[in-house]
Structure formats: C-alpha cells, structure tokens
Design a protein around this ligand. Structure first.
Ligand code: ACM
Length: 513
C-alpha cells in the first residue's frame, strides 16, 4: 500500500499532474456577507492550480470586460495566473463565464465543481456581483491558508436595486484616495450607490466652472477650521468612473435652499441683503437660506445643476431640501419646484430628503426618509418612491453607545445589533414594500476628519446595511449573522481597516499585520 502511494506520487510528479488528497468542505457555512439567496454544498474541493484557464466567448465585448475583471481579482487573491481560452485543460484549473437570463441584472449563479467553476449571469453587473462573492471566498481561504474552494452551488439576487451609502464630504473634506478606498469596501459588500453630500454650510466641494468662488473660497475650510478642499470636475469624473468600474452609481447632492452658507459666503449677490456672511466652521444646522426674491439664485442653481449633471452619468440628482428652518414655506416650495424642473431638464431624476414632499413632487421622484414618517407617507401619495434611511437605525454617524469617541446621538445610539436587526418594510405602517426602492446608510462627518475615523463609524455597521439591502428578510437572523460578522472582523483586520470592536461581539483575537 505504501509503495502504491509512492508510485502515485511519482506519477503525479512525472506527469506534472497535480494530485490532491480528498478534502471535506462546507460551502454552506461559508461566512458570506451579504448572505446569498441559496447555497448548496457538495462537500468536495476545487483546487487552485498554478494556472487557471478562463473560458468565455471572446467575440462578446461585455464578457471580455468581465473576464478582465475576474482575472484581476483572481490573480490578486490566488497569486496564480489566469489565461483566456488557452492552456492544457487537464493540467490547469478551469473557470467558465456563461451568459444566461435571470430575473435581475444583478443576479448570478456560481457552480463550483471539482474540476471547474461555472459563473453565470445575464450581464456585466451580475458577473461583477458574482466576482465579489468569489473575492470573499478566496479571501477567507487565504486567511486559513487553503488553496481550494468548497464545491457546491450559489444562486443569488438582490432584494433591493438601491443599496446605498452616503458620505458627507462637506463638513469635513475627504480626499479622492479616501473616497476610492471607501468605494472598494462598498463594492466588496455589493453596495451599488454612493451618494456624495457635496455642499453644506461648512464647505462647497465640487468645482462649478461658471461660479469659481464656490470652491476657491467656499471650499477653503471645514468644521473646526481645517483647510477643507474640493474636487475639480476632472477629479469628480475620475471618482465617477472608479465607482462605475465597480458598478457603483455616484449620486451628487447639492443641499438647498438651506445648508448653503458656503455658497452665500462665496457670492454676496446670492444673499437677500447683498452681503456675504463669514465662512462657517461650527456644526449648527438650519440657519442659512438662498434668497427666493432674487432671480440670480435660480440662474446660480441652473448652472450648478447643469454642470454637475453633465459629468454625472447616473440617473439621480439629489437636491437636499432638509432643515431649511429659515426659509419661508412659500419660498421653500418655490425652490424645490423650480430646481426639480431643472433636474428634469438636465435629464435626471429628483432625489431629496423627506421634507421635499412639501413641494409639488413629480411622480417617480425619490424622497429619502430620514426623520419624519408623515413626510414619507405624503411623498408616497404623490407617487414618489421612498429610500429608507431612518436616522434611528441607519445613520452611520450615530454613536454606538455613550462611550463612542466619534459620532453624535441626537437620533439614537445605534449598536451593531440595532443597525442590523430591522426590516425596512415593517418599520412604518404605510411605508410598504412596493413603495421602497432600497436603503441607504448616511455618514455625516461633523465629528470625523480622516479615513480611520470614517471607517470606525462605518464598520462594521455598513456590512449589516449591505445585508439588509441585498438579502431576503427571512434569511436574516442576528445570531447567525453575528457568527459571520466575527469572520469579517478577521477580514477587515487583514485589510487594516479600523472598525468598532464592540465588547458585545466575541471577536477573534486581532492579528498584527
Ligand atoms: C439630515 O440628516 N439632515 C438629512
């Protein structure tokens, strides 16, 4: 028997065939976040060999782009090379990309057999979501020093088409590199929208060529008096395409008619009294407003909406509309009605915080429910869709508890369990499944000024929001999720991401990288 084993080993060496020992695997207990619609294990292993052949139809340009994306992910994780449609099949690992119809663009299937992996979707975005699943599988196998994947089948599709995060780059400015790092993490968790809060009292963060002082002056500071910053239009376009490559849509927000001190400080003519206020570096809200009596206000807004729409391929433009406490109701309605028309004129769909229902919302606009359920229900009556961002559950800037060094708590403390353990369509009577386009987790930046602080508030809660947005409600269970989350703590450690290690979660010991 011993000699026989030696003989096999010698044959394997002589023929360059990689002969693996059988190994027991459990795909179903793999800690994917968000959890997939179905996972069925078959108990064997697909071994990652020194080379992998990726089979796909090279005549199909979109499949070729998908293949290139998978090659990047696979080679980075497995450290093994992928070649397209060539190689000696019995010596190498094999992956096939197969196009077929699914219910949703983002749906996909992965079959991991002993000798090959088949990945199917109807298009590029679905393939990309599949690759993020492969990415998580490979990352976890790397963390446990395994060179195989468990065999079985994953079949997956999202609950909501809109799974978003919002980043406030106005209170504190975040650099292009920091936002890209955030985008990479959003993509790993299948989040597909990034809403950028680009203007507020404390700073104007996007270049408007026809109104250059907005950034030259209005972008020159931030909360606490730091140097602020802004994105040139070229930089914004770079961010948009970086996100697009990861199938994430950027949604620009210009908050109006309140939250406009930075603009008012930059151009005296936008003020009713013709005088500019000082730049503002505090964190109060609700004291500023554009002037409805001056036509130049509307020329200004038309220019802003036009210039940003021209460099935004995504379908939405967010008008803000929250906390306009010093705007009269009549003026507020004038601002939202007129800017809504501009948004349509420039080919976009209106989004706004829930207060925008006070205006004459056009059907299919999106009201973002953050504070007032009455507003959300009134928006539904106007045939608007609801984006769920209830501050008490979904605000990433709320402290975890009273000891959190960053964040605020005016809406609630939101510990990791509370962030996960709610159901968007069961939160408010009258906001039903058919009214909801999805969920978004906003991260306001009054108390955070760098990526470490940002990630401390965002992680690990963002993973819970990703799962609420993607996975079916009946698949979600806090106890079971917590077990997967613990594994993602290890993953976040491996990426050197600073996250909140709640003492209520039995995390694994942190390794030094
Ligand atoms: C908001 O938190 N003011 C939308």
């Amino acid at each position: 028997m011993k000699n026989f084993k030696h003989l096999i080993a010698a044959l394997c060496t002589l023929t360059f065939v990689h002969c693996e020992k059988p190994i027991e695997t459990h795909l179903e207990s793999f800690p994917l976040i968000p959890i997939a619609s179905t996972m069925k294990e078959t108990g064997n292993a697909f071994f990652i060999k020194s080379k992998t052949i990726l089979y796909f139809d090279e005549q199909d340009a979109s499949l070729k782009r998908s293949a290139t994306q998978l090659k990047k992910i696979w080679e980075a994780r497995s450290k093994q090379e992928i070649s397209f449609n060539e190689g000696i099949p019995f010596m190498h690992s094999k992956i096939e990309l197969i196009k077929k119809d699914f219910e949703s663009d983002e749906a996909y299937e992965i079959k991991i057999l002993k000798k090959k992996i088949q990945i199917s979707s109807s298009n590029e975005v679905g393939f990309f979501r599949a690759f993020t699943t492969i990415d998580q599988l490979l990352r976890f196998q790397n963390l446990s020093n395994q060179n195989h994947l468990p065999t079985g089948e994953i079949s997956d599709m999202p609950k909501y088409g809109y799974r978003g995060a919002m980043l406030d780059v106005a209170r504190h400015f975040f650099t292009l590199e920091e936002v890209k790092k955030y985008i990479d993490l959003l993509a790993l968790y299948k989040i597909n929208k990034l809403h950028l809060h680009l203007s507020d009292d404390q700073g104007w963060r996007i270049e408007i060529k026809s109104w250059p002082n907005l950034t030259n002056y209005g972008g020159s500071t931030e909360v606490g008096g730091g140097p602020g910053g802004f994105y040139s239009q070229e930089e914004y376009k770079e961010l948009v395409s970086y996100a697009q490559e990861r199938f994430i849509t950027i949604i620009p927000e210009i908050d109006l008619p309140g939250h406009t001190n930075a603009a008012l400080a930059s151009y005296p003519e936008l003020n009713c009294n013709g005088k500019s206020p000082e730049l503002y570096t505090g964190i109060e809200v609700g004291f500023s407003t554009l002037c409805a009596d001056k036509e130049i206000s509307f020329q200004f807004l038309d220019d802003v909406i036009r210039e940003i729409s021209e460099i935004t391929p995504g379908p939405y433009f967010h008008l803000g509309g929250d906390e306009s406490h010093v705007t009269t109701e009549k003026d507020y309605i004038t601002f939202i009605n007129r800017t809504q028309d501009m948004v349509f004129k420039y080919g976009k769909i209106v989004m706004g915080w829930d207060e925008i229902q006070n205006a004459d919302l056009k059907p299919n606009s999106v009201a973002q429910y953050w504070a007032d359920a009455k507003n959300a229900k009134a928006a539904i009556k106007k045939n608007a869709k609801i984006l769920m961002s209830p501050a008490q559950y979904a605000y990433l800037d709320m402290q975890y508890d009273s000891l959190s060094p960053f964040g605020l708590h005016w809406a609630s403390y939101i510990n990791i369990k509370k962030a996960y353990d709610w159901i968007p369509d069961q939160l408010v009577d009258g906001i039903e499944e058919e009214n909801i386009i999805g969920i978004e987790a906003p991260l306001w930046s009054e108390t955070i000024s760098n990526f470490e602080e940002l990630s401390y508030l965002a992680f690990p809660r963002l993973l819970g929001y990703a799962e609420i947005g993607w996975s079916k409600t009946d698949q979600r269970n806090w106890e079971e999720y917590q077990n997967r989350l613990i594994e993602h703590g290890v993953l976040l450690d491996s990426l050197s991401i600073n996250y909140y290690r709640s003492p209520k979660v039995p995390w694994k010991e942190q390794r030094q990288n």
